[in-house]
Design a protein. Sequence first.
Lengths: 284, 284, 300, 300
Amino acid sequence: MQEKSPTKSQDKSVGKDQSFNSFGFLPARIKRTIGENSKVKSFYLEYSGTLPRPGQFFMVWLPGFEEVPMSLSDAGDGFVRISVSNEGPTTAELHRLRKGDRVFLRGPFGNGFSLDESPLLLVGGGYGSAPLIYAAKMVSSSGGRCTYLVGARCKEELLFVDEARGMGIKSIVATEDGSEGYRGLVTDLIKSELKKGRYQAVLTCGPEQMMYEVVRQGVKQGIKVQASLERYMKCGFGICGSCVLDPLGLRVCSDGPVFDGSLLLKTDFGKRKREASGAQVKLC
Amino acid sequence: MQEKSPTKSQDKSVGKDQSFNSFGFLPARIKRTIGENSKVKSFYLEYSGTLPRPGQFFMVWLPGFEEVPMSLSDAGDGFVRISVSNEGPTTAELHRLRKGDRVFLRGPFGNGFSLDESPLLLVGGGYGSAPLIYAAKMVSSSGGRCTYLVGARCKEELLFVDEARGMGIKSIVATEDGSEGYRGLVTDLIKSELKKGRYQAVLTCGPEQMMYEVVRQGVKQGIKVQASLERYMKCGFGICGSCVLDPLGLRVCSDGPVFDGSLLLKTDFGKRKREASGAQVKLC
Amino acid sequence: MLKIKLGKIKMRNPLMLASGILCNGSLLKRAATEGGAGAVVTKSLTKEVREGYHTPVVVGVEGGLINAVGLANPGYKAYLAEDLPLAKKGRAPVIVSVAGRNVEEFEEISVAAAEAGADAVELNLSCPHVNKHGMEIGADPATVAKIVEGVREALEIPVYVKLGLSDRFTESAVSAQDAGADAVVAINTVKAMAIDVEARKPVLANIYGGLSGPAIHPIALRCVFELYQKLSIPIIGCGGVSDWRTALDFLMAGASAVQVGSTLAVKGIGIFREIEAGIKNYLVRNQFRSVEEVIGIAHR
Amino acid sequence: MLKIKLGKIKMRNPLMLASGILCNGSLLKRAATEGGAGAVVTKSLTKEVREGYHTPVVVGVEGGLINAVGLANPGYKAYLAEDLPLAKKGRAPVIVSVAGRNVEEFEEISVAAAEAGADAVELNLSCPHVNKHGMEIGADPATVAKIVEGVREALEIPVYVKLGLSDRFTESAVSAQDAGADAVVAINTVKAMAIDVEARKPVLANIYGGLSGPAIHPIALRCVFELYQKLSIPIIGCGGVSDWRTALDFLMAGASAVQVGSTLAVKGIGIFREIEAGIKNYLVRNQFRSVEEVIGIAHR
Ligand SMILES: Cc1cc2nc3c(=O)[nH]c(=O)nc-3n(C[C@H](O)[C@H](O)[C@H](O)COP(=O)(O)OP(=O)(O)OC[C@H]3O[C@@H](n4cnc5c(N)ncnc54)[C@H](O)[C@@H]3O)c2cc1C
Ligand SMILES: Cc1cc2nc3c(=O)[nH]c(=O)nc-3n(C[C@H](O)[C@H](O)[C@H](O)COP(=O)(O)OP(=O)(O)OC[C@H]3O[C@@H](n4cnc5c(N)ncnc54)[C@H](O)[C@@H]3O)c2cc1C
Ligand SMILES: Cc1cc2nc3c(=O)[nH]c(=O)nc-3n(C[C@H](O)[C@H](O)[C@H](O)COP(=O)(O)O)c2cc1C
Ligand SMILES: Cc1cc2nc3c(=O)[nH]c(=O)nc-3n(C[C@H](O)[C@H](O)[C@H](O)COP(=O)(O)O)c2cc1C
Ligand code: FES
Ligand code: FES
């Protein structure tokens, strides 16, 4: 007897018949850098491949340092943009790069958000806003509607709010110190925002506990939530297994990074994750 | 200083960017066999690749025996035909095969005849008639004209004369015993036939001494001759060098097997050839 | 038609997930259920937790991958406690890959694996890019014998030995057989590297890695063919299986089963079913009644 | 910009035609004139005439070729008399590849080659598919030393040593250097085979052959990289060069020149010019003045 897996349709790579060569690196020159806040810097990179979808990511290698996954915060003719938060050795070194320097890319990898519904609520926290602002651009340029709900410690740390407003997208802001918008966490606003009942679906990216709360609220209120996850990644294309979500065996890199919220609730999402060794640890 | 080689344009493989896989074997089932004369048997083989051109050849492998080059004597929708003369172990074994048996093919290899001119004189000897009868079919089906000049020991050994006549192609026959047509060798007829001045070009395939005579006459009378050569072949796709024509370094398998007669006169054509070891020997 | 028996182990088809691919318990389950693998092999487990090497740990090249994951794993205790049970839910045999630094470690981990319910152990004597855990073991027939004997005595379940390409490859295999191994897995990745000409640097953080994928298939096939002439125990072919043909040629060369690794990166988890269907089709077309009839047929 | 000096030998670019490819004198000339090769290597010459193996002697696989030509050659005397003069008309250095069965044969053929006007000899210590002429020589550092010493003493022209993949590969190379070799060529083909599943038989008449082409490039690159850390004499990279990138990564790994073989089958004789143009373009783009500046750069 063969068990039918609920995740069958998740393996986006079946029958894709990519070539092994597509898992090699291509150099990309930095065209422009922009400081987004004290921690996050955006890089416009020369890029001539097919246009990646919001939610897809690249593996970004800085020779001499590590290779790290980075979502796209924008993309267009001849460029992609990544928005890098300074979190450790590699991202710190990335912050030191300037126009004309090069990074090395593999990708785009992953499935990306589905943007078919409208209006959408986009809920971001920290650098998790990166894929959301790219999604917002795609939505608004294709005539859809969305609201950008974002939080930060203080006004100065808010990400992409001006960019969203510049595209005419309604933005709702929460700051912990109350220096702009609501004083508190985005998760405080979710419930009431969803209650308004306007949204066909929610896209979210940010700290896992935040996403967990968003998913829970969405499921409770019967609204589909797509959450873009992070897990420790080594290969980025589904071979090593390090980015797995237990116990369903979903790979964040190639079955995700975007998953349906109700599927995620059948996993360790919000509870546990795997470290570089594969060891399972409590999410904190 | 770089020497400009007269053979530059001969390397048909430059920039072709084939894949290595195309030098592997594909099985081909025998659909039908026909005895052409006491020595030659034709095999219709299942084939679904792109239509080969007259003058092109396959490397034909019979597991347990050798792999040998064979010109196409016909090809069409879903089939190719080879006409095999029983010359040694492998060709003898080929003769034992029946409908439903399989051979293994690589190819088609080589350049093939150019059939742009009309009318053409086709001069064949022995199983060398194989590529010519295929050329005749292509010429007549595309509205061109040609004459088929062929010789044999006796009437029974004549190859493809009925087939040519069936296509409405004028055939001139020479037999050594005079049992049909002219008594003597085809080469006796060449001079007078060419003198008629009707032919734009000559295609020839057969024993090398015969072709040498055809080329000599053609050149003398200012008529272009294309000759399809044989040399010992090991790879069939231009890598091993065993089929070389010295001193120009022309590879019969990939620069040929069809060469312009005047180019051939700058080589060992008609004089010397190389054995399987690469040793040069006098042609006999 | 595709069912096989590998010693005590029954498989619904001769296709196994290779060690280190997908690797975690829940993905091994998925390889069996969704993917259709006849058996799955775990990541190679070490005594202590290993983070593995810094990234990049894997890069694509023409015809394959080069990896230097560095035997990352949470240590055998954690893996056997948390991942093995998940893997077993796939209901296909689970083979635990073991990477020790000496006879004692191989024994300790293998015994623990057997106790935890492993259907067999596969001794990794051939990682081309990790010191002490590496090729140097499998390339020396005497060391191979010592390790296999040790593990064999301590265990009830089948013991497989995974060898890599080396000068004394067949000697090592014979030595493993003589020491009581139940099967030989051939081959592991081949030591290789990639340099990025724009970066002017080796790509992998570890510089050296192991080449896998279609690129090494003709080499692996040769190894299996050679082993079949020397061994009486089953051989498991590994290296560059990418479709039913490359699985079948392994069987014809003498493998009783084959492992599939890198190809999952380009063809997805469903590759096992695809290969299974291709082989079945071939068998029917050629009037074989069972896949076992083609094993070693290329020697006849 | 692409000119290099390999010891006494001056080449207009670092690209050489590999041994056994095209092989006859007039085709070597063509590789130099029409193709643009900086130097050419002859077929490996033996003492006696060799017809080589029955066909099939070469077959294409994914990412490369497998060949078992079996060192077919007319014997060194005939070749040096008839082919070498033709080859020399290409006006690029001609390196004569030598395949002896023992020290005496290597000496005899090398001396004759030097007298006939060879610019260098390349000792083939690594054919993976011919008994007595094969891998077993190059895999044993002591034998390597003996042969190289013998030839070195008897010769004025440079002596290159071509090695294949083996466990003691770097040892053999060091041993060649110590015995007076002027350069090491790395690597020869890797022992492999192909089976046709429809024929149910090995494809090559000799069963075993050597794998070449892009498939082996990451392995060859690793070998060159390792040698560069051990040797002071030049290294010539060989194996899977298919474009300017794969030629350049060899140089960056430490090769002073590279050989190109199988790729001629898919890209034609003009491949040398194509690679030359690609490297030149790279050098200009990256402000290098000479190709020599990139040699070994990946180690820095
Ligand atoms: C799909 C995905 C998309 C991401 N998108 C962005 C983005 O748009 N912007 C952004 O700033 N960051 C993004 N990240 C996170 C980013 O990859 C890490 O911040 C980065 O790897 C840190 O590396 P470091 O060497 O600077 O810091 P370290 O000190 O090495 O690590 C800091 C943190 O990053 C995590 N991390 C390190 N390496 C990896 C890895 N290989 N894979 C996953 N996590 C890792 C560590 O677990 C730790 O929590 C994304 C991660 C994933 C998985
Ligand atoms: C381009 C080309 C096209 C050919 N087309 C035909 C054809 O349409 N019909 C036909 O009957 N024959 C054709 N031949 C000749 C055919 O290949 C040989 O008759 C065949 O190889 C004989 O093999 P054997 O084992 O039966 O005999 P053997 O006893 O091995 O050889 C008999 C003769 O064939 C030659 N020969 C053997 N092997 C080869 C080889 N690998 N390459 C070239 N010559 C070889 C030998 O030198 C000898 O002269 C062609 C040859 C070439 C080069
Ligand atoms: C990313 C990756 C990780 C691997 N990890 C292991 C491992 O832990 N233990 C092991 O024995 N082999 C490991 N291997 C080798 C594979 O099991 C297999 O032997 C090799 O990849 C050849 O098979 P393939 O060509 O089908 O990939 C790994 C291979 C890859 C690509
Ligand atoms: C058809 C063929 C014949 C070869 N003959 C020889 C030979 O006689 N002597 C030798 O040293 N190497 C020989 N080789 C090996 C090549 O010189 C080279 O080492 C190998 O093909 C790897 O390079 P490549 O990947 O560029 O082809 C031969 C290779 C091929 C494909
Ligand atoms: S990062 Fe390797 S499987 Fe996801
Ligand atoms: S047969 Fe090998 S080059 Fe022509």
